[in-house]
Design a binder for this molecule. Sequence first.
Ligand code: MN
Length: 262
Amino acid sequence: MCASDNSGSESYAVNVADTAAPEAAADPALIADLVTANHILFDQGVVDAFGHVSVRHDKNPSRFLLARNMAPGHVTAQDIIEFTLDGEPVNAAGRKVYLERFIHGEIYRAYPEVQAVVHSHSHAIVPLSVLKTMPLRAIFHMAGFIGEGAPVFEIRDVAGPGTDLLIRDNRLGRALAECFKASDIVLMRGHGSTVIGRSLQQVVYRAVYAEINARYQLETAHLGDVTYLTAEEARTCAMNIEGQVQRPWDLWRRQAEQRRKQ
Ligand code: MN
């Protein structure tokens, strides 16, 4: 593994030339949902100035949609850019893009069923990404998708000891994507997490409840032994409760839009 591949010379916001022609325009309703997802994730405290959410293009499964490099709380439909699975923009037209866009492209390439991806540094998740003795693990019914223990991606194993921990190329994106074979959420050591879903509504639900689950784990860990969900309980909860993701989506959307007007 070659640590010198990651010298840190590229800044967090980057200009990348467009490399291909855009696909037919995505469904405006899908773009509106992607904008909403950005606003909800900010309003719910999953993302701050950093973090991002994407959705697979509805007209071409080899493309995905992601905002330009900006704080998610400010995203509008005009800020959405189309990318190839290599993470190359096709209609950025000079606008800066997220450095870690390779997370999204490599996950969509590896898992055809995945329709949406959230990457964040949410506050209760990061401690669990570095704790060697306690994995993120489903502690209550709303977070069954987490299962018995989320994998932790160790970037040192792939990129060596001196990186900035960022997923700054396709090779690192592929290595991270591998971890989703066993889980729908992967923690990234000293960095945050990435979560996948079959819709924007589901992935936003998961990102919000993963953060709540992590908080509960940190709150209960020092009080005594914890009874976690079994693998079977986690599976059943996810199957039965995630059918309702539209309900929190509608609530969170309204709340986020009301707060944006204040
Ligand atoms: Mn990041």
